[in-house]
Design a protein around this ligand. Structure first.
Ligand code: FES
Length: 89
C-alpha cells in the first residue's frame, strides 16, 4: 500500500528501510524521501515505522529457554520443590 504518494513509497519500502537500520522519521525522509513534499503522509508513515520497529524488536527477542529433563532429573526437581512426597511407607 502506498504511504507517500508524492514519492511513491509503500509500507513495504518503509519496513525494508527499518530492517536496514532506519529508526526515525528523519531516517525515512533521508533514505526514501517520505514527507519531503506535501507532508500529508507523515502520520501514516510514522505508524508504519513504529509497527515495523516493534516487529523487528520482537524478532530479535530471545526465544524462551526450553530445558528437557530426564525423568530422574524431573523427579529430583519436584522433590527439591516439595511437589511430591517421596517418603517410603
Ligand atoms: S504524500 Fe508524502 S510528501 Fe506528499
Amino acid at each position: 500500500m502506498y504511504i507517500c504518494v508524492c514519492k511513491g513509497v509503500t509500507d513495504g519500502a518503509i519496513r525494508e528501510a527499518v530492517n536496514n537500520g532506519a529508526e526515525r522519521m528523519r531516517d525515512l525522509k533521508n533514505c526514501l524521501g517520505v514527507t519531503e513534499q506535501c507532508g500529508i503522509c507523515a502520520c501514516h508513515a510514522k505508524e508504519v515505522l513504529e509497527q515495523a520497529r516493534a516487529e523487528k524488536a520482537q524478532l530479535r527477542s530471545p526465544m524462551p529457554q526450553i530445558t528437557c529433563l530426564t525423568t530422574e532429573q524431573l523427579e529430583e526437581t519436584d522433590y527439591e520443590r516439595g511437589c511430591r512426597d517421596y517418603s517410603v511407607a
